[in-house]
Design a protein around this ligand. Structure first.
Ligand SMILES: Nc1ncnc2c1ncn2[C@@H]1O[C@H](COP(=O)(O)OP(=O)(O)OP(=O)(O)O)[C@@H](O)[C@H]1O
Ligand code: SF4
Ligand SMILES: [Mg+2]
Length: 341
C-alpha cells in the first residue's frame, strides 16, 4: 500500500488539520531546477506536535514556507501537490485569503527572532499589531492582551518589557516575544523552524519546556522543524524524516525510535546529540547531502547507504507501511524487488 493513497483516503475520512499531498517545490536556477521538496506527503491532526527532521539542506524550511505560500518566487515555485488545511487547499487560495490565514490560523516562529522582529518598534506594539491585523479589538484592550501573553510566555515584569525594543531583550526573551506574537491569535497550527538553534542550552531547554506547556494548555498543533532527534523524542508525538527533498520515514515517535526502519533514520539515531551537550549532529554519517539539481537515481540515499544493492540505484522506493501507521521508503521492505536483483 503506498503512502499517498493511504493518506488521501484517510484525509477524506478523518478530516486532518493539515494534509500535505505529493507536494513539490522547486527553485529554478541557472544550474537547473533545485528539487528542494520533491513529492512529500504527511498529515498533522489537531493536538499533534509533529517533528520534521533531517540534515541541513534536505528541504525542511522550504516545506514550511510552502505551507504558508512564502517561497521566494522567483526562483521558487510550488510545482504541484496539495496543502489541505481545515479541508481547503491553500494552494488554490488568493494572496488576500492567504494574508488572512498567515499569523492567524497558521503562525510561524523562526530560528532568528532578531531578523523577524522590527528593531524600531516596541515589542508590546508588535504584539498589538499582530492582534489588530486579525481582529478589530481596540488599542487599549489589545495592549492589555499583549502584556498578558508576555506574562504567559514567561517574561517577568511584562508591563515594563512590553515598552522595550528588541535589542533591550536577551536572545531567549526575544524568542519568547516571537512565540507570544505567534500565539496571540490562537492559531490552529504553529510552525516552529529551528526555534532554539541560536540559543544556549539552558535557554533552549526553557523555550522547549514553554512549547510543551503551550501544547498542554491550548489546542494549537505544532510543526516542529529541527536537526535534533533528541528534541523530537522529548516533544513530538509523530515525526517525518526527510532526506534530499523526500520523506524517507514517517510514524509515531515511539515506533520510529523503538524500531527505526530506514537506514538513514538508523544512522541519524546513532548520531543523536544529548540535549545538554553542544555537539553538531550527524558528523558520523559519511558522505555528503546530494545535489538537488541532479539527485542520485533510484533511492536518493543509495550513495551513502551501507545496505545499498544495485537495484537501489534503479528503482525509486515507494512508501511502504511496514507496521501499523509506520512507513518507510526503502526497498528492503519490498521483499520481491529486494530479492530480485
Ligand atoms: N532561494 C533559493 N534559491 C535556490 N535554492 C534554494 C533557495 N532556498 C532554498 N534553496 C535550496 O533548497 C534546498 C532545501 O533548503 P531548505 O532551506 O529547505 O533546507 P533545510 O532542510 O531547512 O536546511 P537547514 O537545516 O540548514 O535549515 C537546499 O538545497 C537549498 O539550497
Ligand atoms: S532502498 Fe536501498 S539504498 Fe535506499 S535506503 Fe533502502 S537499502 Fe539503502
Ligand atoms: Mg531550514
Amino acid at each position: 500500500m503506498t503512502l499517498d493513497l493511504e493518506y488521501s483516503e484517510k484525509g477524506m475520512q478523518h478530516n486532518h488539520l493539515l494534509e500535505i499531498v505529493d507536494l513539490k517545490t522547486y527553485f529554478f536556477t541557472k544550474r537547473g531546477a533545485v528539487k528542494a521538496v520533491d513529492g512529500i506527503s504527511f498529515t498533522i491532526d489537531a493536538g499533534d506536535v509533529f517533528g520534521l527532521v533531517g540534515e541541513s539542506g534536505c528541504g525542511k524550511s522550504v516545506t514550511a514556507l510552502s505551507i504558508l505560500r512564502l517561497v521566494p518566487d522567483p526562483p521558487g515555485k510550488i510545482v504541484s501537490g496539495q496543502v489541505i488545511f481545515e479541508g481547503e487547499d491553500l494552494l488554490q487560495k488568493s494572496e488576500e485569503e492567504m494574508r488572512s490565514i498567515r499569523g492567524a490560523k497558521i503562525s510561524m516562529i523562526f530560528q532568528d527572532p532578531l531578523t523577524s522582529l522590527d528593531p524600531i518598534v516596541r515589542v508590546g506594539e508588535q504584539i498589538v499589531e499582530a492582534i489588530r491585523t486579525h481582529t478589530n479589538m481596540n488599542p487599549q484592550k489589545a495592549w492589555e492582551k499583549a502584556v498578558k501573553i508576555l506574562t504567559e510566555v514567561g517574561i517577568p515584569d511584562a508591563e515594563i518589557r512590553a515598552k522595550q525594543y528588541p535589542f533591550q531583550l536577551s536572545g531567549g526573551m526575544r524568542q519568547r516575544v516571537m512565540i507570544a506574537i505567534a500565539l496571540v491569535t490562537e492559531p490552529r497550527l504553529l510552525i516552529a523552524d529551528e526555534p532554539t538553534t541560536n540559543l544556549d542550552v539552558t535557554i533552549q531547554a526553557q523555550i522547549l519546556t514553554l512549547l510543551k506547556e503551550i501544547k498542554a494548555k491550548t489546542q494549537t498543533s505544532i510543526l516542529f522543524i529541527t536537526h535534533n532527534l533528541g528534541i523530537v523524542a522529548w516533544l513530538c508525538n509523530k515525526l517525518a524524516v526527510m532526506y534530499a527533498g523526500k520523506i524517507v520515514e514517517y510514524g509515531a515517535t515511539k515506533s520510529v525510535f523503538s524500531n527505526p526502519l530506514h537506514p538513514y533514520t538508523t544512522l541519524l539515531l546513532k548520531a543523536v546529540p544529548r540535549l545538554d551537550i553542544k555537539k553538531e549532529m550527524l558528523e558520523s554519517i559519511e558522505g555528503d547531502v546530494p545535489d538537488l539539481v541532479n539527485p542520485p537515481s533510484g533511492c536518493r540515499f543509495h550513495p551513502r547507504c551501507p545496505y545499498a544493492k544495485k537495484i537501489c540505484s534503479i528503482i525509486q522506493p515507494p512508501m511502504i507501511e511496514v507496521e501499523e501507521g509506520h512507513y518507510a521508503s526503502c526497498l528492503i521492505y519490498d521483499k520481491e524487488k529486494w530479492r530480485s536483483v
